[in-house]
Design a protein. Structure first.
Length: 393
């Protein structure tokens, strides 16, 4: 294990011992550009490390990385090399695909044409300000995270001398509007139609009564994962067709108790996959979203025939928000709800908790009635205490 020595005075640098070798990390002046750069020198003793640093400043030492400095890659060139080197294999498959997509916001912008050592904090701030008008708050945070990591690793590879992202803050952005959820009336209509819809009814019921993610549902093997009335969530199907992890948490198999009506619908399918495509093979993610949209087309055609109110089309993930809000209305405690939702981050719970207008009105009525009740009790108590006061007089 590396032993780190305490930092000395400014300009003295920092020594780290790795086995029998010493690494000396210090700011030195590049003799070619006359610009301070942070470099690491490695040798058997501290004294030899210092000698290397002095030799470099005099122009007597040219490390192997000198060719990389002379090349001066652009931000785009470094980004395309950096992602597979530093992230592929170190993060989950889905996370890596997400990073790859978010990195395009950097490589397609004009900032990507700048040389790494020419990017300034003002350039970064200007880029983030432009991007904030095009993407969500979460995407903007991810892009800044990637940009910061790229420059930190570029410094370690002697491709630039400083990180222009380090002190740049994200521009202020409004919080996104709350996601829409299905009302109780809409749920009743959907459940009634699910009993009639052989193509997608069982899948929709499973979404509504388990809070399951799209990828988790597509990775379900009914004959293996449905034990009694409990469904075991073991993995998640990605857009590329790969099943990864134990659910999204990768820590344990999630278990979700199901109502009898949903269990019966799943068993009635008499197959392993919940959803099959037109060729009889398990559905992929894209095909599933198409089938989900077609379900709403059939649902609202059925509603029109029966002169019922149409059900608005909401995203697949809205069924997960609907499920969490139902748990909230039923009074399920947060810890149990998180287990049922298979959430890895406590902070995510806030995104899934929705308070409806009906709940707010009910809370106001209850609060008003409680206040009226207390006032009445206080008045009765006051009347009962008056004779005592008169008796004292």
């Amino acid at each position: 294990m590396a032993k780190r020595q305490e930092r000395g005075t400014y300009g003295a640098g920092t020594f780290t011992q790795r086995g029998k070798k010493w690494s000396y990390r210090v700011w030195v002046t590049d003799p070619e550009t006359n610009i301070p750069v942070r470099k690491t020198f490695t040798d058997a003793t501290k004294a030899k490390c210092r000698e290397q640093a002095k030799s470099f400043e005099k122009g007597e030492l040219e490390p192997p990385s000198r060719a990389a400095i002379k090349a001066k890659p652009t931000l785009r060139e470094w980004a395309e090399k950096w992602l597979p080197i530093y992230k592929q294999g170190d993060v989950g498959h889905d996370t890596y695909i997400g990073y790859k997509s978010d990195l395009k916001h950097i490589t397609k912008d004009k900032i990507a044409n700048l040389k790494l050592d020419a990017v300034t904090p003002a350039d970064v701030k200007d880029f983030l300000n432009r991007l904030s008008k095009q993407v969500s708050k979460s995407v903007l945070k991810t892009v800044r995270f990637l940009l910061n990591g790229m420059f930190e690793d570029a410094i370690d590879n002697n491709l630039c001398s400083r990180n222009p992202v380090r002190r740049v803050k994200l521009p202020a952005m409004d919080d996104p509007p709350p996601r829409q959820i299905f009302t109780d009336e809409q749920l009743m209509t959907m459940v009634e139609f699910c009993m009639l819809d052989e193509a997608f009814g069982a899948a929709m019921m499973l979404l509504l009564y388990s809070g399951m993610r799209c990828g988790e549902l597509l990775a379900i093997n009914i004959k293996r994962d449905l034990i009694g009335d409990v469904l075991h969530v073991r993995g998640s199907l990605t857009a590329s067709g790969k099943i990864v992890g134990d659910s999204k948490t990768k820590k344990h198999v999630g278990t979700v108790p199901l109502p009898k009506i949903v269990v019966d619908m799943l068993l009635a399918l008499d197959r392993e996959a919940v959803c099959l495509n037109k060729l009889g093979s398990p559905m992929g993610v894209r095909t599933f979203h198409t089938a989900y949209k077609e379900f709403f087309d059939r649902l609202n055609a059925w509603c029109a025939e029966g002169e019922r109110e149409p059900v608005p089309f909401l995203t697949v993930h809205s069924t997960r928000h609907t499920y969490r809000s139902a748990l909230n209305k039923l009074g399920v405690d947060d810890a149990t709800a998180r287990e049922l939702m298979r959430q890895r981050d406590v902070s995510m719970d806030k995104r899934y908790t929705h308070v409806t207008e009906a709940q707010k009105k009910e809370a106001v009525v209850i609060t008003f009635e409680e206040a009226q009740k207390r006032r009445s009790e206080m008045k009765k108590g006051a009347k009962g205490s008056k004779p005592q006061k008169q008796a004292r007089k």
